[in-house]
Design a protein around this ligand. Structure first.
Ligand SMILES: [Zn+2]
Length: 413
């Protein structure tokens, strides 16, 4: 143990299964974490398969069996009050189950790649990817018809410490440049980005004079920046042009800039809409999120530039997991300290809770032993950087890695 001060918020992410489905089991679950010094639980209530762990009236068809009659959030919040533990509602936003009701009712809401396929036709690490990512842009679509109303419902019914975004992005480990080329996005992106004029769709608005030394210096008349024939091209050709084409014939290959900007815009729009819906239902509601460690990089690769979320998000919980860094555990601790300093700038007036995961600390020896100094060293690095909080992924792994005593030693100071 060291003499550094602990962050104010000492949290864990938790799965609903860990808490059971009775008042007694929830009370026991929260009590055990509180005894170890935990004062914030980020509980997963919208799962990766699209199922909901509360008795939703809006989307009763998505409620996981058992949670229709057991009011899990109400019991959790009650136990949290009893033990002095803040309860946050952790939501998997844009990833849905291929058998979930959202995709079954509305297959057209899913993202499409250049071939027109949803994500469950991709292969990842030798296996078919069996989850479906939904298109953030479509209106009406998953964002405004499904996700935003669920945020409103949670805020209206429960006093959570925050509603917590996760998967608020485009797919990453699965083809970061391939989504979304759905009909809606192919139709909307060019006019949204100023690449097409609505009234003169085929007019090549050339600059009156090409009297400047650089071709791109003649950009302002908003020439039609898409090639003749655009309307006749198939999906894969349009996708190829958007990723590899130029806004000027003979100019730099820059059309991908508009593709990435469109995606980041759509994700920020959801951050805004979900916050507005939640705050309208209950002005006390805070928004938080599990974000990738570097917002400039995640803006480009997965549309998640969380610097732009600041008006819509009070608490930032970057996932500073070891698997998001190269090298040894020692390298990780050095890079982590640097990262937190940058993150403080990006978060600004918001609260910064640094998230780290247990499992990547032990990737070299997944079946043990599990040196506890890897965990203590991570706590120490975070505590020295003095963020507002720390959150461990996840409480369900504390048993597996023999980490209860280490957690307790840190969280109880
Ligand atoms: Zn789309």
């Amino acid at each position: 143990m060291s003499s550094v001060n602990l962050p104010r918020v000492l949290g864990v992410w938790s799965g609903a299964d860990e808490a059971g489905m009775s008042r007694e089991s929830v009370e026991r679950f929260v009590g055990r974490l509180a005894e170890a010094g935990v004062n914030a639980i980020f509980m997963n209530v919208k799962q990766g398969d699209g199922s909901l762990c509360w008795p939703s009236k809006l989307r009763s068809e998505a409620v996981k069996p058992g949670y229709d009659t057991f009011d899990f959030p109400a019991e959790l919040i009650e136990a949290g009050k009893h033990h002095g533990v803040a309860i946050h509602a952790w939501m998997i936003d844009y990833m849905e189950g291929e058998n979930g009701p959202a995709f079954r009712q509305h297959p057209e809401w899913a993202v499409r790649n250049a071939q027109g396929h949803p994500t469950n036709q991709e292969t990842l690490r030798g296996r078919r990817f069996n989850a479906v990512w939904m298109c953030p842009a479509q209106r009406p679509g998953y964002t405004d018809q499904w996700l935003v109303p669920l945020y409103g419902e949670l805020a209206e019914r429960y006093e959570f410490a925050s509603l917590h975004h996760d998967y608020i992005r485009y797919p990453g480990d699965l083809a970061p440049d391939q989504y979304c080329f759905c009909d809606y996005c192919l139709d909307q992106l060019p006019t949204w980005a100023g690449l097409l004029n609505r009234s003169y769709r085929d007019e090549p608005f050339l600059h009156p004079l090409y009297d400047r030394p650089y071709l791109e210096a003649h950009w302002e008349p908003s020439p039609r920046m898409l090639p003749a024939g655009w309307d006749k091209f198939d999906r894969s050709t349009k996708a190829k042009i958007l990723l590899e084409g130029s806004s000027f014939a003979g100019g730099r290959a820059d059309l991908d800039y508009f593709f990435y900007t469109y995606r980041a815009h759509q994700i920020t729009e959801f951050a805004r809409l979900s916050a507005e819906a939640a705050r309208a239902a209950n002005p006390n509601t805070k928004l938080s999120g599990a974000y990738f460690k570097h917002p400039v990089l995640s803006g480009r690769f997965i549309g998640q530039d969380w610097r732009t979320f600041r008006p819509w998000n009070e608490i930032f919980v970057p996932m500073d997991y070891r698997d998001h860094y190269p090298g040894t555990v020692a390298h990780y601790h050095t890079l982590l300290a640097d990262t937190i300093e940058d993150q403080k700038q990006w978060v600004g007036d918001g609260e910064l809770y640094v998230g780290f995961a247990l499992w990547p600390l032990f990737v070299e020896n997944p079946s043990g032993p599990y040196p506890q100094e890897f965990i203590s060293g991570t706590f120490e690095t975070i505590a020295r950087a003095a963020p507002d909080g720390v959150v461990v992924f996840c409480s369900g792994d504390l048993d597996r890695y023999g980490a209860w005593d280490t957690l307790r030693a840190w969280y109880r100071g």
